[in-house]
Design a protein around this ligand. Structure first.
Ligand SMILES: [Ca+2]
Ligand SMILES: [Ca+2]
Ligand SMILES: [Ca+2]
Length: 540
């Protein structure tokens, strides 16, 4: 166990049953904090004891670096909360649930109208965290700004898409959010999450779920944006195309709709979609749906089950674009993929033959269960590989962390050393641990049964980590570009273990050094502006 102590606050996070890390964050002295409560008054001072009534009032007084803390309970609202102000790259703006409380922003009294969004986020560099957003007359939240983070929010029973990005919205992070039971009057518009129409590029979803939206789970349909890129990681989409009461909707009913455009996408609009470790099941029509997208689609370690059609990409892509489907699983018919698809180690290819016995369970119990206290997805057994499945360690490296000899197929890597890639509530410090065992050896004494394997642990901090005035610690969650490379004694790169954007959090990598000769190596971690190098010794 590792511990550090800080005079005002410590937060202990369980990293696993054996690992604990204590974290503290610096306090910014100039930033102001305002409080909002259902029992407050906009004539008050916005203090803890005399809070404002509305977020709109608090927004009118904030400047970059400031925080709005919203108390729990139901906030009955019938007008849009417009967040037009912007933070800076070093001083964000924070709209956060007060620690330990869960505010409900209830817009149910709003009329249905395209302008009646719940939150309209046109500003940039906000972190919005910890809200339930219900019943808006249009989107629960519409984002047109950039570099915002929306974290641990739930959007439900809105009268259009739960969370939509458009009007050029770019580089936003949607982390650990749920979107469900959203339905528009015609049932053909309301998706769970839609980076669509005139959306910008670089938006990223991590750890999000959506279910029973009247139209699609995710929707990347474009008009007139073109050649934008959206990334989804660890996201679950299920039962879309059904209403809250379980009856079929008249909407499209796809899990991940990867693009499309008007008139069969006659304009060849390209939405480059990157889906990693995503799960689609029980969607009424398609699980992973091209919808005439002619951009690149990279689908790695995804799992589909019991959708009307599991995977459906058949239209040829535009020149220079590629469909890559690797390490994916379908239980039941996989659907159809065009001959242009670059495929490798998918469950419907030789030598695999998939049945229910490959999985711990095909019972969906728990998929809608409550999130953990930090907002991360609940632990489920559904569609995790059974220990006897030939799909364990049968995949190829696609740049995602894995345990065992090789990546597994599907959305859930198995094994006791599964990399912990969960987004964490509190931004940790930058850290690179000494690997263990070290020296690592292929001899019989290895902790890993004779393979030359070793574990490297590290933490990715939030670029804008900070603390609120309540002293309990909140974060500006974000994603850093992380590389973890191994060099030999001559400085030549011999392995690139990580090269991707990663959310702030704690990670453990099970590094397989079987192919390397004995010797001294150096592993260098770079995350944003931080870097550190450790020495590895390999004996064989
Ligand atoms: Ca709308
Ligand atoms: Ca849709
Ligand atoms: Ca594995």
């Amino acid at each position: 166990m590792r511990k550090k102590h800080h005079s005002s606050s410590t937060l202990i996070l369980a990293i696993s049953s054996a690992w604990f890390i204590t974290i503290f964050l610096p306090v910014s002295s100039s930033a102001k904090t305002y409080f909002v409560s259902p029992g407050g008054s906009d004539a008050a001072g916005g203090t803890f004891d005399q809070p404002f009534l509305t977020i709109v009032k608090a927004h009118s007084v904030v400047a970059a670096g400031d925080t709005i803390l919203v108390r729990g309970g139901t906030h009955f609202l019938n007008t849009t909360i417009s967040l037009t102000r912007s933070g800076t790259s070093t001083n964000g703006l924070f709209l956060l649930a007060y620690s330990g409380e869960r505010p409900l922003l209830d817009f149910s009294s709003m009329a249905v109208s395209g302008s009646n969004r719940g939150i309209q986020l046109s500003g940039s560099r906000w972190t919005v965290k910890g809200f339930d957003i219900k019943g808006a007359g249009d989107n629960g939240m519409f984002i047109s700004g950039s570099f915002n983070t929306v974290d641990f929010c739930a959007l439900f029973e809105n009268r259009d898409t739960g969370l939509q990005l458009g009007s050029g919205a770019s580089n936003n992070r949607i982390i650990n959010c749920d979107s469900y039971y959203n339905v528009d009057p015609g049932q053909g518009n309301a998706d769970g999450f839609s980076p669509k129409l005139d959306v910008g590029t670089g938006n990223y979803f991590y750890g999000c779920r959506c279910w029973q939206n009247s139209d699609d789970g995710w929707d990347g349909y474009l008009r007139p944006s073109n050649d934008v890129t959206t990334t989804l990681e660890n996201c679950w989409s299920f039962n879309n195309g059904y209403l809250k009461d379980g009856t079929a909707s008249s909407g499209n009913g796809n899990g991940f709709k990867m693009g499309g455009g008007d008139n069969g996408n006659a304009d060849h609009l390209k939405h480059n979609m990157i889906l990693k470790r995503c799960l689609a099941f029980d969607n009424r029509v398609k699980g992973f749906d091209q919808n005439n997208n002619v951009g690149s689609m990279t689908v790695t370690n995804c799992t589909a089950y019991r959708n009307g059609t599991n995977y459906s990409v058949s239209r040829a892509l535009d020149s220079g674009k590629a469909l890559i489907v690797v390490n994916c699983v379908a239980l039941g018919s996989y659907g159809s993929l065009g001959g242009f698809a670059v495929q490798q180690t998918n469950s419907w290819l030789s030598p695999f033959s998939v049945s229910n016995a490959d999985f711990v369970t095909v019972d969906t119990a728990g998929v809608r269960g409550p999130r953990k206290a930090d907002g991360s997805l609940p632990d489920i057994a559904f569609l995790h590989l059974a220990p006897t499945s030939p799909m364990i360690d049968a995949g190829v490296s696609v740049g995602l962390p894995y345990s065992g000899r090789a990546p597994d197929l599907g959305a859930f890597e198995s094994g006791p050393l599964t990399v912990i890639g969960e987004h964490r509530e509190v931004a940790p410090a930058f850290r690179l641990e000494q690997n263990y065992p070290n020296p690592c050896s292929a001899g019989g004494g290895s902790a890993f049964g004779g393979n030359a394997r070793t574990v490297i642990s590290y933490q990715v901090p939030a670029p804008s980590a900070r603390q609120t005035a309540d002293g309990l610690g909140v974060e500006g969650s974000a994603v850093s570009v992380v590389t973890l490379k191994v060099y030999d004694a001559l400085g030549r790169e011999v392995a690139r273990i990580v090269d991707s954007e990663q959310p702030t959090g704690s990670y453990r990598i099970d590094f397989n050094a079987n192919t390397l000769p004995s010797g001294v190596y150096f592993a260098r971690l770079q995350a944003g502006q931080f870097s550190k190098t450790i020495k590895l010794i390999l004996t064989k």
